[in-house]
Every structure is written in C-alpha cells, then in structure tokens.
Ligand binder design. Sequence first.
Ligand SMILES: Cc1cc2nc3c(=O)[nH]c(=O)nc-3n(C[C@H](O)[C@H](O)[C@H](O)COP(=O)(O)OP(=O)(O)OC[C@H]3O[C@@H](n4cnc5c(N)ncnc54)[C@H](O)[C@@H]3O)c2cc1C
Ligand SMILES: *[C@@H]1O[C@H](CO)[C@@H](O)[C@H](O)[C@H]1NC(C)=O
Ligand SMILES: *[C@@H]1O[C@H](CO)[C@@H](O)[C@H](O)[C@H]1NC(C)=O
Ligand SMILES: *[C@@H]1O[C@H](CO)[C@@H](O)[C@H](O)[C@H]1NC(C)=O
Ligand SMILES: *[C@@H]1O[C@H](CO)[C@@H](O)[C@H](O)[C@H]1NC(C)=O
Ligand SMILES: *[C@@H]1O[C@H](CO)[C@@H](O)[C@H](O)[C@H]1NC(C)=O
Ligand SMILES: *[C@@H]1O[C@H](CO)[C@@H](O)[C@H](O)[C@H]1NC(C)=O
Ligand SMILES: *[C@@H]1O[C@H](CO)[C@@H](O)[C@H](O)[C@H]1NC(C)=O
Length: 494
Amino acid sequence: MRFTFALSTTAAVLAAAHPHAKRAAIDECLEAAGVPVDAPDSEDWELDVNPFNQRLPYLPAAIAVPTTLEHIQAAVLCAAEVGLKVNPKSGGHSYASFGLGGEDGHLVVQLDRMNNVTLDTETQIATVQPGARLGHVATLIYEQGKRAFSHGTCPGVGVGGHSLHGGFGFSSHTHGLAVDWIVGATVVLANGTAVNASETENKDIFWALKGAGSNFGIVASFQFNTFAAPENVTTYQVRLPWSNSTAIVKGWGHIQDWLGSGGMPEKMNMRVLGDRSGTQLQGMYYGNACDMKAALKPLLKNLHANVSDVKETDWMGAFENYAYSDEIDITRPYEQVETFYSKSLVTPALPEDVLQNVADYWTKVARLNTRTWFLIIDLYGGPNSAITKVPTEAGSYAYRDPKKHLFLYELYDRTMFGDYPENGFSFLDGWVGNFTQGLGKDWGMYVNYADPRMSRTEAQDVYYRQSLPRLRDIKKQIDPTDLFYYPQAVEPAV
Ligand SMILES: Cc1cc2nc3c(=O)[nH]c(=O)nc-3n(C[C@H](O)[C@H](O)[C@H](O)COP(=O)(O)OP(=O)(O)OC[C@H]3O[C@@H](n4cnc5c(N)ncnc54)[C@H](O)[C@@H]3O)c2cc1C
Ligand SMILES: *[C@@H]1O[C@H](CO)[C@@H](O)[C@H](O)[C@H]1NC(C)=O
Ligand SMILES: *[C@@H]1O[C@H](CO)[C@@H](O)[C@H](O)[C@H]1NC(C)=O
Ligand SMILES: *[C@@H]1O[C@H](CO)[C@@H](O)[C@H](O)[C@H]1NC(C)=O
Ligand SMILES: *[C@@H]1O[C@H](CO)[C@@H](O)[C@H](O)[C@H]1NC(C)=O
Ligand SMILES: *[C@@H]1O[C@H](CO)[C@@H](O)[C@H](O)[C@H]1NC(C)=O
Ligand SMILES: *[C@@H]1O[C@H](CO)[C@@H](O)[C@H](O)[C@H]1NC(C)=O
Ligand SMILES: *[C@@H]1O[C@H](CO)[C@@H](O)[C@H](O)[C@H]1NC(C)=O
C-alpha cells in the first residue's frame, strides 16, 4: 500500500523557518490529507495531552486521531514533509510520556480511537487495533472464544507500548510476555509505506518490533496468538516478616534459591511487593488452591510465613483481583493519573554483599521516606520460566537468559499531592546504585518502565544490551532521518 501527499511549497518554506509556522504547516497538511485531529484546547485535546505521569507534560505541535490505516500513513508523511518528529500514542502509560514525544513540539498520533478486537475462532488468532487498552483486549478475546494471551495487570495500559516492549504480568512465568504472543503486525514506516511483518515477511522489521517497536514505525494492527483461558486460577498473598535487613537478606536468599534451582513450578506466578506498610508475596497459580499450597510449601517453610487471602477464581476473576480498578473493559475517556519517578532493573541472583547493601537501603533509607513508594520484585526467570524458554533471537527484547535474568524490578516513588520534589530523584538512584555497583554489566533496565533521566546513549545500552547493534542497523535502513525520535530512541547506525 502506498500513500503520497505533496505539501504546498509555501507551507514547506514557512515550516522550515519557525516552530509556530510548523504548527500551521502540520495543521494544513493533515487537513488537506483528511486526517482527523484534535482541535487545540478542545476537550479531546485536553484529554489526549494529559499524561499518565503528571510529572512530565509536553505540548505537541498537533494531535492526529486516525481511525484508519490510511490516516496513519498520511500523518507520518505530513510529519516528514513539515520536518516534525512523530510518535504514536496508544494507552499513554509511558512513564516518560514518550507517547507525547518526551519533549515539546512533536506530531502525536493518538491511536485510542482504533480499539477493535476480533478473534478468529478457527485460527484462534486475535486481530487487535493499536489503541486498545489491555482490559478491553482481554475482555473481548475472552468473550469471543474464552481465549487469552499473557500481559500486565493494569487494564488502562495500551496494547501498543506494552506489547512492543515486553509486557510482563501475573501470567508471564507460565505463558511468557505479551511480545511473545505477537505473530504479525502491520506497520507504517517512515516513508509512509505500510508493510506486514511476521516470521515469514519482513523478518528484520518483525525482530526489531518485538522489543523495541516504538523506534521503527507505527503498528496499525497486531495479530496475537492466544491460549485457552485457564478455568481454574488461584490468587493468594503471603505476608513476609521482613522487619529488618537480616530478615530481608535471609528471606530473599531463599526466594532466589527456590526460583533459580527450578523449585518454582511453571504454573506459579509471584512477586514481592514492599511499601511503607509492609512486605508481602502476591501470587497467582494456574490450578486450584490445594495444588497451589502444595507447590508453595517448601518455600514457605523457609520463609516462616503462611499463605492468606486465597481465592479460587477463573482467568478474568484473577485479572480483576490484581487490576485495582472497578472497571476492566476500559476505553475512552481514561482519566487516571499519577505523579511519580520510577526506575527498573533486571538482575541475576544477587551476591550476598549486594543483597546486604540493598536490604540495608530498604530498612535504613526507604522506610524513612514518607512519600508513597513501592518496590516490586518479580520472580521473572529461572529454569521453569516461559520467558526464558523463548529463543533469544526471536526478537530484540533482551532478557531471556534463565540465570542472568532472574528478577525484574520496578521501583516507584510518587507524591499523592503536589509536584514531585527536585531532591526526590536521589532516593531511587541510590537504591538502584546499590544493586548495580556490585553486578558489573550483568544487569539491564526495562524500557516499559522508562527512566527519562538517562542520556540517550546510556538508555539505549541498558534497555537493549546485546540487541542494540542490530537495532541500530535496522533503524538506519528504515528510519535514517530519525523521524520517530524521542529522547531515548534507538539511534541510526553511523
Ligand atoms: C498503571 C500502570 C501499570 C503498569 N503495569 C505494567 C505491568 O503490569 N507490566 C508491564 O510490563 N508494564 C506495566 N506498565 C508499563 C507499561 O507496559 C508501559 O508504560 C507501556 O509502554 C505503556 O504502553 P501505552 O501504549 O499505554 O503507552 P504509550 O505512552 O502510548 O506508549 C509507550 C511507547 O510505545 C510507543 N507506542 C505506542 N503505541 C505504538 C504503536 N502502535 N506502534 C509503535 N509504537 C507505539 C509510544 O510511541 C511510546 O514510545 C504499567 C504502567 C502503568 C502506568
Ligand atoms: C471496528 O468496529 C466498529 C464497530 O463495531 C466497526 O464499525 C468498524 O468497521 C471496525 N473497524 C475495523 C477496521 O474492523
Ligand atoms: C497485510 O495483511 C493484510 C491481511 O492480514 C492484508 O489485507 C494486507 O493487504 C497486507 N498488506 C500488505 C502490504 O501486504
Ligand atoms: C475448576 O473450575 C470449575 C468451574 O468453576 C469447577 O467446576 C471445577 O471443580 C474446578 N476444578 C478444579 C480441579 O478445581
Ligand atoms: C529481625 O527480624 C527477624 C524476623 O522478624 C527476627 O527474628 C530477628 O530477631 C530480627 N533481628 C534483629 C536484629 O532485630
Ligand atoms: C503459620 O501457621 C502455623 C500453623 O497454623 C502457626 O503455627 C504459625 O504460627 C503461623 N506462622 C505465622 C508467621 O503466622
Ligand atoms: C548505597 O546506599 C547508601 C546509603 O545506604 C548511599 O549512601 C550510597 O550512595 C549508595 N550507593 C550508590 C552507588 O548509589
Ligand atoms: C519504504 O521503506 C521501506 C524500508 O526501507 C522500503 O523497503 C520501501 O521500498 C520504501 N517504499 C517506498 C515507496 O519508498
């Protein structure tokens, strides 16, 4: 499919001269091409420009609101002709507001008007439009055929950003990441061409999309494989007596031995959640409560803790249990926001000294921080994890080694009222510093929990690690002018 549109010469000349002129030029181009837009200062504009992370608001040059593939193609060509950077925005949950461009003055292609979800009950493949939110996707796939794929817990997160950069949730130890279920995508490239990418077509682009999708084009349609939604799911919690750093070091040591040695069965999914009020394991088991308890017993014996809040439910019930939201099938308007700074890590089993430093930080620094922080330690890898069974070369997503990638962490520090304080950043920087200083280069960060305070060079390295050189080569081939730029985007190879 091709789409061409010639910008009037006057507009192009004006655009080159001044940002205000660029604004006029992009409006003119989009209008001439018949692309729907949000009128500046309209209710839709205010809704679409409002970032999930209130700490990072940005002002776009224009907001296109496509309803068709052709609209997306035309919008990309307009941005190229006017000389603006362009970024797709799906659910708008980027921690760094990268869907808004991560800086002022971009063309934002707001995709949430495109949210159809269609399950083909012969092939069991779901075709999903790129602006659907996870709760909507899960609900519709389930309703159409009792099917599912693996993804995160928050129903408001967009399928676009989430699945192209990983997508970890309570089903991931059993069924892998959201990215592992993508079997095809239609993507609009920088030159406005739409191509299909899969294992058999445009393989390099498919590889690049699966882990670093925001850098290579705008996915206009996804195809996800699905599995039969499990009928019997049990959710549970375990309160951990981690009142001092000795207890943390011991308990965490038991957890990493259990996970690393293959003690955690594939059907078990679990995370540690620590905040000011205490520390607990939260889990989901694909099976009934009796089997869950038997599978947990060896670990709980060492942790000196008991299981509580046990609920036997089904796939959608389990999603609701951890969604922390009244509504699962969320579309538009979506108005939930927070004000926060977050960092992430992926690490192997922690050596004793690192564990000690991190635990000391937890009890001596974190517990004195009166902001509403939390730490999530996902039991991510190990020999029974479905994530690490996917071959590394399947996509650019970088963390598939059962030993090197044992834990995924989210560190999150928010203010419930007012601005995030200027002197707040050192809190998570110091905690993360105490992990990484003892780990050499054996760690990474997760772009779905983007930390925009890193330089572009550092960010690309820690997000993509061994995949970066090939990503940069592909970027050079298909987006040499960096049209889909944002401050931490993959740079074209030189
Ligand atoms: C409340 C909350 C809960 C979360 N829970 C989880 C969780 O359980 N597990 C987990 O792994 N992550 C979780 N996340 C992180 C989430 O996965 C990422 O923030 C994700 O990138 C958000 O996707 P989005 O489409 O909503 O965001 P957006 O801000 O719209 O997009 C994020 C990035 O993806 C790009 N993008 C979006 N759509 C497309 C497309 N169609 N084609 C190409 N690029 C595109 C954007 O340009 C941007 O760079 C959570 C985030 C929040 C705020
Ligand atoms: C999406 O769904 C709407 C409402 O059911 C329908 O009108 C539209 O044609 C669908 N679009 C696509 C691309 O399937
Ligand atoms: C991509 O695949 C869809 C069907 O999945 C098809 O309709 C479309 O023509 C294909 N596009 C290209 C460019 O091959
Ligand atoms: C699984 O769930 C179904 C439906 O709720 C129930 O009838 C059945 O007894 C459950 N099976 C097991 C093994 O718990
Ligand atoms: C640390 O906590 C554990 C478990 O709660 C407790 O048994 C131990 O006495 C505590 N140690 C110190 C030094 O307070
Ligand atoms: C766990 O349960 C056992 C048996 O009911 C009880 O003896 C023990 O005190 C409990 N432990 C904790 C930490 O609550
Ligand atoms: C580790 O934590 C201590 C506080 O416990 C802090 O002073 C130090 O700067 C941190 N180290 C790094 C490398 O961030
Ligand atoms: C658009 O870019 C792709 C990838 O570089 C290339 O294969 C294709 O031929 C280009 N299409 C046009 C019309 O230039």
